[in-house]
Design a protein. Structure first.
Ligand SMILES: Nc1ncnc2c1ncn2[C@@H]1O[C@H](COP(=O)(O)OP(=O)(O)O)[C@@H](O)[C@H]1O
Ligand SMILES: [Mg+2]
Length: 274
């Protein structure tokens, strides 16, 4: 049976300020979901809370995979249950090559009880798997010899993200693809990579407004966040409409929640002025 990621009444605060105010979301293994919403609505906060980032305090609600509550678990334990944690490690690790990083990450997920220096996947086996995955993704095998994130372009960072996904093969991947910093090479890498990896064993929640990403990876479900809640659910048509028309319609349909957003904006504006 397919696994189920269930987010139930999730409340998250940052620095004591409530940001998520009761998020409900269900994702089955193999599904593609788009999470959309205006800037500041809480999309990245949801991604960080799922990953177990310490700054994002869960004040109420549950995050479950097949009935197991993840809220009290460390990021590593969440990864072992099948959640993809893109930001689990420091951005740049001097002297660590892509291949070494991946060998450790994959060993951590597959051999949960391993101690440092033990239980690594044998080098030959790992190299063979890495090569096969890179070839399947159309990636240059030389990339694995680069130092991790050392001078990576936007596209190369995305290549790293896709390669991690291909090697870790999580049940649930949450990808926060901010639309601003993505150049066209990066968008192509993510669009094509995800399309190649998608299958019955992986679910993806794509946080993006980017048309091309969603065209290549047509979501079965689209969810719209506003002021810390998911206010609408639909299919790929909804993603398309939001891309064309923006969020004015969503705000009109949910005036009370949109008003909370305005209050927050006003507060921010006052702080900015002061
Ligand atoms: N680390 C943080 N420190 C302070 N405020 C934060 C932090 N992360 C998020 N927020 C606040 O939470 C709200 C939601 O932000 P975010 O989740 O980044 O929205 P989105 O990704 O939808 O643009 C914003 O008001 C933002 O200012
Ligand atoms: Mg964001």
């Amino acid at each position: 049976m397919n696994s189920l990621l269930k987010i139930d009444n999730l409340h998250v605060s940052v620095n004591g300020k409530p940001i998520l105010k009761g998020v409900n979301l269900e994702v089955r293994q193999g599904e593609t979901h788009a999470l959309m919403g205006p800037n500041g609505s809480g999309k990245s906060t949801l991604a960080y809370a799922l990953m177990g980032h310490p700054r994002y305090e869960i004040t109420d609600g549950r995050i479950e995979i097949d009935g197991v509550d993840l809220v009290a678990l460390e990021p590593d334990a969440r990864a072992r249950l099948g959640l993809f944690l893109a930001f689990q490690y420091p951005v740049t690790i001097p002297g660590v090559k892509v291949a070494d990083f991946l060998r450790h990450a994959v060993s951590n997920v597959r051999n949960p009880d391993r101690k440092e220096g033990e239980g690594l996947i044998p080098m030959r086996e790992f190299r063979k798997e890495l090569k096969a995955r890179m070839e399947a993704l159309g990636m240059d095998v030389e990339f694995a010899r680069r130092y991790l994130n050392d001078g990576f372009s936007g596209g190369e960072k995305k290549r790293m993200e896709i390669l991690q996904l291909a090697m870790l093969r999580p049940k649930f991947a949450i990808l926060d693809e901010t639309d601003s910093g993505l150049d066209s090479d990066a968008v192509r890498v993510v669009s094509e990579g995800l399309a190649r990896l998608a299958g019955p064993e992986m679910a993806v929640v794509i946080i993006t407004h980017h048309e091309r990403l969603l065209e290549f990876n047509r979501p079965q479900s689209t969810h719209v966040m506003l002021a810390g809640r998911i206010v609408e659910n639909g299919d790929a048509t909804l993603a398309h409409e939001l891309h064309d028309q923006g969020y004015a319609g969503v705000r009109t349909r949910h005036p009370a929640i949109a008003a909370e957003e305005t209050v927050e904006k006003t507060e921010e504006a006052l702080v900015a002025k002061a």
